[in-house]
Design a protein around this ligand. Sequence first.
Ligand code: GUN
Length: 300
Amino acid sequence: MAAEIIDGKAFAAKVRGQVAEHVARLKADHDLVPGLAVVLVGEDPASQVYVRSKGKQTLEVGMKSVEHKLAVDTSEADLLALIDQLNRDDSIHGILVQLPLPKHLDEDLVINAIAPAKDVDGFHISNVGLLGTGQKSMVPCTPLGCLMMLRDYHGSISGMDAVVIGRSNIVGKPMAQLLLGDSCTVTIAHSRTKDLPEVVRRADIVVAAVGRPEMVPGDWIKPGATVIDVGINRIDAPEKGAGKTRLVGDVHYESAAARAGAITPVPGGVGPMTIACLLANTVTACCRANGIAEPEGLTA
Ligand code: GUN
C-alpha cells in the first residue's frame, strides 16, 4: 500500500494561522507586538533566500520584522555589539543569526552571546542544556516541526522505536532529545554506524538528516514506518533538459513511499515547517518575556 503523504506545506500554513491568531490576541489584550530580528553576515545566496522568506512570513503573521545585513568582513566585536543591542531592545523578542557565518567569526561565541530567552533557534548552550534535561527551553525549529508532524499524524509516539540519521547540533541531536521527551526509544545513527540498513529497518520512525541525496533506499524502511525526510539537496536533472536541477531529500522517495506508512515529501515536507516554527518560537518568547500564558500546541 502506498504511504500517506504528510503535507508539510499545509501543516505549516495551519501553524502560521495559529501564530497569527496569537499575535492578534497579544495586540488586542496586551498591546504587544512580537518582534523578530534576523542577522545575516555576508551574501551567501541560499542564506539570502532564507532570510528574505523569514522576513516576509514574519510580517504576514502580524509580527515586527527587523533585518540586519552586515558586510562579509564584519568584525566579531561589531557583530557582538549588535547582538548586545538587540538583547537590550524590549521590542525584540527573538534573535536569529543566520548560519553559516564567515570563517573568521566564531559561531559558538556569537550564538552564546544571544540572550537565551531570545534565542528562537534554540542553539544557545543554555537552551541545549535545558532541552537535554527536560526543562522548558527554546527548541530548535526544524526538529520542533518534525515533532509536531509526528504528533499530529500518530497522536502519541510513546514507546515507538525511532532512528535519527545524522548527529548535527541543529537537527540530529535536538531531534533525538525531543523524541526521547515523547518517550520513544531513540537511536542516533551516523556515518560510522555499523550496519546502518539493519538499524534503520528496526525503526517505527525514521528521521533522515544527513544532507546526502537519496542515501536511504526504500528497502531500509520497515513496512508501515513513518519517514521524516529533513534533507533538501539539489541534484542535476538531465531528464528535465540540459543544465536543469531538482530537489531531493535524504531518502529515495519513490521506493520509500512504496513501503512506509507515512512519508514527508521533498519539497513540501519538513522545509515549510521550519519557518512556521520560528514564528511560533517568537510568539512563545514574547509570551514568556511578558509573563503571559504561552500558546498551546506550538511548543514541545
Ligand atoms: N542555517 C541553516 N539552518 C539554519 C537555522 O535553522 N538557523 C540558523 N540561524 N541558520 C541556519
